[in-house]
Design a protein around this ligand. Sequence first.
Ligand SMILES: Cc1cc2nc3c(=O)[nH]c(=O)nc-3n(C[C@H](O)[C@H](O)[C@H](O)COP(=O)(O)OP(=O)(O)OC[C@H]3O[C@@H](n4cnc5c(N)ncnc54)[C@H](O)[C@@H]3O)c2cc1C
Length: 469
Amino acid sequence: MNPLRVTVIGAGISGLAAAHRLLELSKEKQIPLELNILDAGNKAGGTLSTIENNGFLMEEGPDCFITEKPAGLELCKKLGLEDQLIKTNQTLKQSFILKGHRLFPIPEGFYLLAPSRLWPLMTTPLLSPLGKLRAAMEPFIKVRKDPQDESVGQFVRRRLGREVLDNLAQPLIGGVYNADPDDLSLSACMPRFKEMEKKFGSLLKAMAANRIKKQAQVSGARYSLFVSFKKGMESFANALVSQIPSESMWLQSPVDSLKPTDHGTWEVSANSRSQEVDAVILAIQPAKIRPLIGALDKEWDKLLSGIPAHDSATLNLGFRRQDVNHPLDGFGFVVPSREKKLVVGCTFASQKFEGRAPEGYVLLRAFLGQEAVEQVKAQGESAVLEKVLEELKPILNLRDRPVVHHLATYNASMSYFRPGHLSQVSRIEQKATETKGLYLAGNGLKGVGIPDCIAAGQAAAEKIFQGIQ
Ligand SMILES: Cc1cc2nc3c(=O)[nH]c(=O)nc-3n(C[C@H](O)[C@H](O)[C@H](O)COP(=O)(O)OP(=O)(O)OC[C@H]3O[C@@H](n4cnc5c(N)ncnc54)[C@H](O)[C@@H]3O)c2cc1C
């Protein structure tokens, strides 16, 4: 039997999960596989990247993943990584929101965009009396009947009022999606809140009825139910890489052309070398798929251009503990966009997870958005470092400069889902089904979280094997 020739483009968590599943299926079904994974970078893992710097363990990209969606944990178990998993610090349960130069706790029970308890919302200094009154009216707001998708921003404004959106939901959602809630699809990004409105007629009632009990117990954006690895998130990628034959992995191999042949296969080109394969999994963002297949026809181009991706950056900052005159009594804080800061959020990394800083030191990690990345390009890293320190100084009462710092930038790595995303994705999926040998994975279709990416990679691998039975 001729081997099935498959190329995976992208060795981030999506591509690695796809490759791992392809190898499993080839073994299970005893179908020989010729696998190649091509990545533009010089190491596998994509945004999962951990570095050790003077005793600090710094995450350049994601610092944890959610356990509630099963794909991440299940893959860890399969890889024998369970004993490497670490929980967030169980003694700290709060996160903060910046207002002026002060940090205020996220009202207890407030989860992403809705409260589960009214009282903490009525007592928070983050809302004015009028804002509180408007939020308290939420159970009396009519259910929207229009089947058309609406934006997350419109939804929160409609149900809880403008202040809840600007002062609470926007910074929390921005900290997860790195995008404006008015440009995010409710059905694609937060379907369960839409369901709550439909089922209960009110978010407050639904949350109070404890429908999402687990999430509501802890306040914060990505600070509850999350796990990481003792040696950092890159361990996850490394464990997958260790299961893939080294001759299958091609680093520093940016794919610059992908063409269908006239006998139903694909020609993949990187570094001026071409391979002919039976199937290709594109485990990269739609924004990066577009230059490869956008020219095949106008509809591909249009569909892929409708799923944009933002640049982002992280700045790890290691301080002597005595130089940060703040209790750091939480997992970190998020910043409303009306504060007009480069910092979108800041994680107290060494408080959130053990083993991130040496004794007597703390590690902070600022998450920076598109604007900061543009400034890095225009003015250089050190100008942005100074601006970020200037912003953090009055908030955390910094007494001295960090002893170490490390900036990482990501180009178009965070796909985001605009209103109408789901219908666009179903058309993309249909079109991919009609295109022999082409499979899509990555963070641009079903979700940006690590478990979503793993599930998308695995699903692409399974479709390939379904196709040959
Ligand atoms: C700063 C940051 C923080 C985040 N925090 C979290 C978090 O805490 N928890 C969470 O669940 N999610 C988080 N996310 C989201 C999550 O990390 C990503 O959605 C996920 O890792 C994407 O994985 P991927 O494999 O789809 O893409 P990527 O990780 O981007 O990997 C794609 C790979 O494809 C390669 N590539 C691109 N184009 C080509 C080409 N033409 N040819 C060959 N190779 C190519 C790239 O080099 C890259 O290695 C974060 C994302 C960022 C950027």
